[in-house]
Design a protein around this ligand. Structure first.
Ligand code: NAD
Length: 261
């Protein structure tokens, strides 16, 4: 199989939720590709095992340029502030709206407070991230790229996941609607939809591996392994690159084939 490398030298990339899991790997990959990376997370430290060095320091240790900007994505003003901060580095070229939270609760049991909380972070966070970046990209007039982290849950229902699944379904449509409206400003908007990825999110990394091994998941994964953050980051870099210059409004599933059947 061939190999692709990406060059984002001179570009400024914001990754929300870049301290842990998928977002951390996306941020590290952009850093290795030469981008200036702003990690917009609510926590500076990573919850990943073996990731004692905060993401921005890990990027700098590898010779890159990065900053941590404390950001709660459920706060539109905080998102606008991190996009403003990117102006110090020439303005945001790539916005990755990745931060998200998970909860498992039945339709009849979930409290309205919990439902609102998950929609505040996952749905409003992505909507306002698109809005803040879209406004800045339109004003700068040089185009840009936005990538949202969706999920297999964007299209597939799983038991006791209505609160979460409804956020991810919304993200798919925010992606399509923003792509439609931002095209005239040369801003492409796409989503990646991870499958079962071994992170501390939800069941946790070890539990996910065990679940796959024990065949406990509701459907088998055709490629017969959980995914890893390293499986998701290259898809994000591809969508952000000029090689994907004719791709917009798309949700790319990176799930080992989970959603095929
Ligand atoms: P994770 O829990 O490992 O990392 C999530 C990161 O988001 C953390 O660094 C956390 O601090 C940050 N965060 C949480 N709330 C925030 C807020 N309000 N503002 C800013 N940052 C906040 O999770 P992950 O597995 O890396 O998930 C990342 C994204 O991928 C999420 O959107 C999730 O829905 C999606 N996803 C994950 C899986 C999976 O199996 N892990 C599958 C499909 C989609």
């Amino acid at each position: 199989m061939g190999r692709t490398t990406f060059d984002f030298e001179g570009e400024t990339v914001i990754v929300t939720g870049g301290s842990s899991g998928i977002g951390r790997e996306i941020a590290l990959a952009f850093g290795r590709a030469g981008a200036t990376v702003l990690n917009a997370d609510i926590h500076a430290t990573s919850k990943d095992a073996g990731a004692e060095t905060p993401t921005h320091e890990a990027i700098e240790d590898e010779g890159g340029t990065a900053e941590f900007v404390e950001t709660d994505v459920s706060d539109p003003d905080a998102l606008a502030a991190v996009v403003k901060r990117a102006e110090e580095f020439g303005g945001v070229d790539v916005m990755v709206n990745n931060a998200g939270v998970f909860m498992r609760d039945g339709m009849l049991d979930v409290s309205i407070d919990d439902f609102e909380f998950i929609h505040d972070v996952n749905t409003k966070g992505v909507f306002c991230g698109c809005q803040a970046a879209g406004r800045a990209m339109k004003a700068r007039g040089e185009g840009g790229v936005i990538i949202n982290t969706a999920s297999i849950s964007s299209t597939h229902a799983q038991k006791e996941q209505v609160p979460y699944d409804s956020t991810k379904g919304a993200i798919r449509m925010i992606t399509r609607g923003a792509a439609l409206e931002f095209a005239e400003h040369d801003v492409r908007v796409n989503a990646v939809a991870p499958g079962h990825i071994a992170t501390e999110f939800g069941a946790g990394a070890e539990r996910k591996e065990e679940s796959v091994a024990a065949g406990e998941l509701t459907k088998p994964i055709p490629l017969d392994r959980p995914g890893y953050p390293e499986d998701i980051a290259p898809a994000v870099l591809f969508l952000a690159s000029e090689q994907a210059g004719y791709v917009t409004g798309e949700t790319m599933y990176v799930d080992g084939g989970w959603q095929i059947f």
